[in-house]
Design a protein around this ligand. Sequence first.
Ligand code: TYD
Length: 396
Amino acid sequence: MICKVSKKKITPFMSFGKMPIANGFIEKTDFNDEYFYNMEVGFSENLSLFQLNDHPRPEAMFNNSYPFFSGSSEYMKNHFKKYADFIKKNFLKLDSKIIEIGSNDGTMLKNFVNGQNDIIGFEPSKNVAQKAMKENVPTLNNFFNQKNAKQLKNFIRNTDVICASNVICHIPDLDDLIKSIDLLLSKNGTFIFEEPYLGSMFEKISYDQIYDEHIFVFSITAITKIFKLYDFQLIDVQPQITHGGSMRYVIKRKNNGTPSLNLMKHLEKEKINKIDSIESSLIFKKDCENSKLKIKEKINKLKSESKKICGYAATSKSTTILNYCDIGPELIEFICDTTPEKIEKFSPGKHIPIVDMSHFYKNQPDSIYLFAWNHKDEILKKEDNFKGEWFSHVAL
Ligand code: TYD
């Protein structure tokens, strides 16, 4: 396997086996044509970069019917409002231009629509981009890359803020990404983004963060090293609780701003916890194998007691769990979800029926596997009437 940034050879340290497209919720008639790839992960030691080996082409994942909507969680809507306030307070002027990479349904950019700031969202998935446009969020239905960035003449070297959430780890060609940012960002501009954090994934053993769209799981050390290659510098980080543990990264051009003490503290913590070396990845591998055994044991025990089990929220993350742990409809009867695009389809690979919430309320199970464990507070509050047991592979 080749590191996607340094182009140096690395050895994959773990395989999760054959995986389908994580968001590839499928119709019965398409079962025989389903796409699978071998999901292996490797760690590039010189860049401390945790990454997938093989993965489907981005066009196969972010297409005309991408079923993820940022606005599907009330908590996330509120999170994006606070994230936008942070940007406005610290980095945005009244007449600044702002770009969001992977703007999805416009949930984040909506917070900047004020008639003064020039706003553009790049969103390759047509259906979500259309939703944003319907709500008057200026959106280009296209991938963010140098070719498309060059079309935005007024934004070249003139954009004060480029932001992103849970999307930079989706982009295999980081070289092109950073060159596109270089092309658009103003002299004192800021690139700010949030991604699931490697340290949190190791700590929670949340290996369901690994799937086709998450080509990288970043650490602070990796981001520092990668951006340095392109004359950018990481100047601050802020841990976030979103997506089960994320990190917000603030990037400036070299010689613009000084790295914060907070950043130094977090970098030191990564060194102490060996997140910057392959050692922690090898421990994580053992943790994943143990977690798989435990989850199988738990579900088999419930089944032997004739308990009815269902899944709650057909997340992309659940695709990794179900396929790696070999859990199909014989063990989990159905998965309930609020997304119309997923309902009446089947889970990728294992083909568990996805049903709407009314089905869940009418067919109450004894136990629920909470696949959206990252939205635990919001969901448990909403489903307070459910008296059965909630469980997951991470501590709830
Ligand atoms: P998320 O963890 O953001 O998904 P992913 O792993 O794909 O990033 O959860 C989004 C999914 O969870 C989406 O299919 C909608 C579903 N969901 C519910 O069904 N009910 C809820 O209350 C919440 C918050 C999410």
